[in-house]
Write a protein that binds this ligand. Structure first.
Ligand code: GLA
Length: 718
């Protein structure tokens, strides 16, 4: 009886929603289309994913592909997107179409929601597709609602399942380690399964970034080839599964890593998965990156369309060894450099267990009296006197066992009741599934801000992945811990944002551990790596720039790899959000003077670097040189950064075929080409050129001087 009434209801609903011949559901951006079909069996199949066709009717000519959102226990032999254990022991789910509808959201996005349900068990699955037409970005997530009388268990609950039927697939992943993040590695997918996943708990990344590129048919370049770029907006365990079957068809399943995370759903309860965000480009990786950058600035990143502050951070200048006087001196240096903000890093708190090193004090957010006798107030005042803003480092989700907080609330830490804890950097993770702990973490920010309303910036760190995976919170289902931790974090961050909307925040996690788009709804930028060696940074920033805009990539000039000239180090940092982590004692007066000029130049170039279009011209992976350019929006001025890493003896870089072609310019405009702080002996022919010439013939951007760098500006001649 139940089955019959379900089919009747579906049959009644279908005609009301369909706009196309057959039963097609067409989800389109300006350039890409994702098309589903509801077949006679009332199950939904993916018909098409690719470049949008001019005539929508022609989607009817394409045969159906696999079932869209495959489930465990039915006819399919490969990895499912959904696996539900029903209370009667049946582990299978069959999804039939119920209806779909589209609406326009407040931010202009168009959202299509497709409702599917199991006719036997009544569990309902909604597939959400949110489309940003001009950016060619599609966000997709699902909700799963328990329509049964008793609790159900979710074994697998992906955000998205996409199918491809191309000749070959080339996957680029971005992995590494602490201080070596986001290295691009491309491999061809063959029959079988490849999984990229992490189970770090508090963060998505340490060894593998939560994004990938998938080139279709042939490897993509920066400017050509079909490529899908996707990422999961989730600051925790994620999993991407790429499975090629015996017919050469590929499925990509994206979502929270279901590892040790079965979800129990009570009757009527709904589970919402995070967003899987993707774009498809027919013009290679570069276009896909620009799609992400533009979309992020307009729709996802906190204060995405506002500029960013340059800063001086004391971490690498002092580490834990500072006092009020030293900090005041550094603020004087920040003023001289001309940066916007002074950022006080780790080591300012704790009295019973002062934070003189990383073994103690975390959790006790009181200024250390012998270091800062006049508290934070004296520092915000000093910043004001220097005409700069003040920012402060916190790591509020973590605790050192040697702290007053831990002495008072040992049960607030995620740890086993009956085993020796494993410490990562001498600390434990606080249990954000517990509302009391959420209040405490929010209180860390709230108290600092209430007592020091002049704080303009926070660096929010998170150094410890979740180990000792056990919650002492009495309401906790232990298999919910990984997921509910992240949700607890978002609750806290939302409270911070609601109460302190002007506060700008850097997301940091022992380097680039937190580098995901859900986190960036609350943060204005992130710290890609503790490795600030400029040569390494060229690779790390190249990796993260694939999906994150330059205004999110904090890049600091430090003493790492002092063998590189300060100009080289500064030019690398200028490609992102410029900062300094260095004191004047570490530089010659000439180098300090160079940095001052660089800050002034950067300020003038900010609208191009931070808001413009990124073109990666020559990859550092090619070995000897690298170049990147930014073009101001609406055919504006441009800037090119070039770096000579390891020029080879007798490398004929002055021949015209060694010219580098620029990109993104207007061919009919004329540009004045100049070099900022030109180094002696440089042979770049400066002057006036058409955009056509610069993009067709190009310029000899590189030199044979090891560790030389150039900043070349292109100004439109009116
Ligand atoms: C982490 C961060 C660093 C610095 C230290 C302070 O390692 O990534 O930038 O803030 O913590 O302890």
């Amino acid at each position: 009886m139940k089955t019959n009434s379900f089919i009747t209801l579906a049959a009644m609903m279908i005609p009301a929603f369909y706009g196309y011949a057959e039963n097609l559901i067409v989800i389109e951006t300006d350039n890409i289309a994702l098309v589903y079909d509801v077949a006679d069996d009332n199950r939904m199949y993916q018909r098409y994913l690719g470049k949008k066709l001019q005539d929508t009717k022609e989607y009817s000519l394409i045969p159906n592909g696999p079932e869209a959102h495959l489930t465990h226990g039915m006819e399919d032999y490969f990895e499912p997107a959904l696996h539900i254990n029903h209370p009667d022991g049946n582990p299978s789910t069959l999804l039939k179409y119920k209806g779909h509808e589209s609406s326009t959201l407040d931010d202009g996005a168009i959202q299509t929601v497709i409702t599917l349900a199991d006719p036997v068990y009544n569990d309902e699955v909604k597939l959400f597709y949110t489309v940003y037409p001009e950016h060619d970005i599609i966000k997709t997530h699902t909700t799963i609602t328990n329509g049964e009388k008793r609790p159900i268990e979710l074994e697998k609950y992906a955000s998205s399942m996409l199918h491809f039927s191309n000749g070959d697939y080339y996957l680029t992943q971005f992995n590494g380690d602490w201080a070596s993040e986001a290295n691009a590695i491309e491999t061809k997918l063959e029959y079988g399964k490849k999984q990229l996943d992490t189970k770090l708990g508090t963060r998505a990344n340490l060894f593998c970034s939560p994004f990938f590129q998938l080139a279709l048919d042939a490897p993509a370049s920066e400017t050509s080839g079909d490529i899908l770029v996707g990422t999961l907006a989730w600051t925790g365990n994620y999993r991407f599964t790429f499975e090629v079957d015996h017919r050469g068809e590929l499925r990509i399943i994206s979502g929270i890593n279901p590892y040790a995370s079965q979800r129990t759903l009570a009757k009527g309860e709904t589970f919402t998965t995070p967003e899987f965000i993707f774009t498809l480009s027919n013009e290679g990786r570069g276009k896909a990156s620009r799609n992400f950058h533009d979309w992020a600035r307009d729709h996802q990143l906190y204060k995405g369309n506002e500029t960013r502050m340059t800063l001086l951070n004391n971490w690498e200048a002092t580490y834990f060894d500072f006092n009020e006087e030293k900090l005041k001196n550094l603020m004087g240096e920040a003023k001289e450099l001309g940066v916007d903000l002074f950022l006080l890093d780790d080591g300012w708190f704790g009295n019973k267990h002062p934070r003189h090193n990383d073994t103690q004090g975390l959790g006790d957010w009181e200024p250390t009296a012998d270091k800062l006798p006049n508290g934070i107030k004296a520092l915000t005042e000093a910043a004001k006197a220097n005409g700069i803003k003040f920012g402060i480092w916190i790591e509020p989700e973590m605790v050192n066992p040697r702290s007053e907080l831990f002495e008072k609330h040992p049960d607030w830490a995620i740890s086993f009741p009956n085993r020796e804890p494993y410490y990562h950097r001498h600390q434990l993770v606080l249990d954000l599934t517990n509302p009391e702990v959420q209040d405490y973490v929010f209180g860390v920010v709230d108290r600092l801000m209430t007592e020091n309303p002049d704080i303009a910036f926070m660096k929010w760190d998170c150094n410890t992945p979740t180990t000792n995976i056990y919650s002492h919170y009495e309401k906790m289902n232990q298999t919910h811990l990984y997921v509910d931790y992240v949700r607890g974090l978002y609750n806290v961050l939302q409270r911070v944002q609601d109460k302190y909307p002007d506060l700008m925040m850097m997301m940091c996690s022992g380097g680039g551990g937190r580098s995901d788009y859900e986190g960036l709804k609350y943060f204005t930028e992130f710290w890609p790596s503790d490795d600030t060696d400029p040569i390494e940074r060229l690779y790390i920033q190249w990796g993260f720039s694939q999906i994150f805009p330059s205004k999110t990539l904090c890049s600091h000039v430090t003493t790492w790899n002092r063998a590189t000239p300060v100009k080289f180090r500064t030019n690398v940092a200028m490609m992102g959000k410029l900062g300094f982590d260095i004191k004047f004692d570490d530089m010659t007066p000439e180098e300090v003077a160079y940095c001052r000029r660089a800050v002034a130049n950067y300020n003038a170039l900010k609208p191009i670097i931070l808001e413009g279009d990124l073109y990666r011209l020559v990859s550092p992976y090619e070995g000897e040189h690298t170049a990147t350019m930014y073009v101001g929006k609406n055919d504006g001025d441009a800037v090119v950064f070039t770096f000579d890493l390891n020029p080879r003896y007798k490398q004929f870089i002055w021949k015209s075929d060694a010219n580098v072609r620029l990109q993104g310019l207007n061919p009919s405009y004329r540009y004045r080409v100049t070099e900022i702080d030109r180094t002696d002996g440089s042979d770049l022919p400066l002057g006036e050129y058409s955009g056509d010439y610069l993009m067709t013939v190009g310029l000899p951007l590189f030199t044979l001087t090891r560790l030389n760098s150039r900043v070349i500006t292109l100004n439109v001649i009116q």
